[in-house]
Design a protein around this ligand. Structure first.
Ligand code: GLN
Length: 420
């Protein structure tokens, strides 16, 4: 069978293709040379399957999309506390090139606007390294995320350097407030170079899937970020990634995302997917018009919105059986799926509201594929209390999903001697 997913993506792309609204970014002169008709869409799963349609293999400059990953790199290199001291995480409601600083400290509002991104850029690597070394670290990171060697568009880089009065002004303000210490010209040149790294929509989908996958690149298997770094990164993308239209984006699309004036948008849906679009015409916020439409359509059709309320996890207790009779009767609880806090709460609520009359109780985890640590502790405590109530508790865990199963006073592992 040929999977229908690419056909489905093609259908979404066809529906959005007629959109020609928006304008090419012109404040970086070289960006006006891009063909405005380009339109690519790509999707990558956390298992490393990649689907793409249209111009998904055409290279374009990352621009502000790089900000998200460079923020992650700063977190990786300097730690959360040091980075937060220099860059806040409050949505600014200002345009991407706004002069948005916290009044008392001079901290930029967040790392997705230029002021915060320029600061995060200077936090990459050890203190005291030069601009080229810093760029090399950033370049390495971006290549690791894409899983291939990425090039820089030198024309776009130099074009931005020649017209970067506003970013230079921002860098000088940051220096005047002591937020950055490096020479403004050097920082802005290296920052513009980071923005000029060339990617395709397909690359961006894989990079986003790395975030969706908790920091492990799904194709190469390389860990790029820790889980905590990804959580921070995705939180900031969700609240600030689309600048002064972040609220519209969150309500209409509901996927942590980052856009760039090169025409790319990347979205990462935790534990599920990376999605990317490339369409160079932009709205007044600097976000791709057709990219937004495509994300809106995908999220509506595929119910990808983060706040989409899934059916409650009622299937956790999959079956309850009583085997045998009288003294030898055994109550078997078969659990299934993924056990997190809410699922464990349901099981415990169930056991406490309706205590089994049988002395022997079996908790069968055969159909459970993952137990979060909080749920593990809750279940074990529940079993310990059942023992105190006089039950003999057995756990069937043939898939080894319950590490360290002793709740303190010896719950038996393995089914009871009688058939269940
Ligand atoms: N290099 C661009 C700048 O700093 C990136 C802006 C963007 O993509 N929104 O102005």
């Amino acid at each position: 069978m040929r999977t229908p997913v690419p056909d489905y993506l093609a259908e979404v792309a066809d529906a959005c293709a007629p959109s020609t609204g928006g304008e090419l970014a012109s404040y970086i002169p070289e960006l006006t040379r891009v063909d405005p008709r380009y339109f690519g869409l790509a999707m990558a799963t956390v298992d490393g399957s990649i689907y793409s349609v249209g111009d998904a293999e055409v290279e374009f400059t990352m621009q502000s999309i790089s900000k998200a990953f460079v923020y992650g790199l700063a977190l990786r290199d300097r730690g959360m506390r040091a980075v937060l001291e220099k860059v806040d995480v409050e949505p600014s409601g200002d345009p991407f090139d706004g002069l948005s600083f916290e009044a008392s400290t001079g901290r930029p509002r967040n790392p997705m606007i230029n002021a915060g991104a320029i600061t995060a850029h200077t936090l990459v690597g050890k203190e005291g390294i030069d601009a080229d070394e810093r760029f090399d670290l950033i370049h390495r990171l971006l290549c690791d995320l894409a899983g291939r060697e990425l090039r820089v568009d030198d024309e776009v880089w130099q074009s931005e350097v020649r017209t970067s009065d506003r970013n230079l002004a921002i860098a000088h303000m940051l220096r005047s407030k002591g937020v950055i210490t490096d020479p403004a010209e050097e920082v802005i040149s290296a920052y513009a170079r980071q923005c000029a790294v060339l990617v395709t929509a397909r690359d961006l989908a894989v990079m986003a899937a790395t975030l969706a996958n908790g920091g492990v690149q799904p194709v190469t298997g390389k860990r790029v970020f820790s889980g905590a770094q990804v959580r921070q990164l995705l939180s900031v993308m969700l609240t600030c990634g689309m600048y002064d239209s972040a609220g519209d984006w969150v309500s209409a699309v509901g996927i942590p995302a980052k856009s760039g004036v090169g025409g790319g948008i990347l979205g990462a849906l935790p534990s599920q997917l990376g999605i990317a679009t490339f369409s160079p015409r932009l709205d007044a916020h600097g976000n791709s018009v057709r990219g937004i439409q495509t994300f809106e359509r995908l999220t509506a059709d595929m119910r990808l919105h983060l706040m989409e309320v899934a059916p409650p996890a009622r299937s956790v207790v999959h079956a309850v059986r009583v085997v045998g009779e009288g003294e030898d009767a055994v109550r078997v609880f078969e659990l299934s799926g993924l056990l997190g806090f809410t699922a464990a709460e349901r099981v415990l609520q169930w056991l406490s509201a309706d205590p089994p009359p049988e002395r022997i109780v079996v908790v069968d985890l055969t159909e459970v594929h993952h137990i979060e640590d909080v749920a593990r502790r809750m279940l074990l405590e529940g079993m310990r209390r059942m023992r105190l109530d006089g039950h003999v508790v057995h756990v069937v865990d043939s898939g080894d999903v319950l590490p360290d199963p002793d709740p303190g006073d010896g719950v038996m592992l393995g089914p009871p001697p009688m058939a269940i």
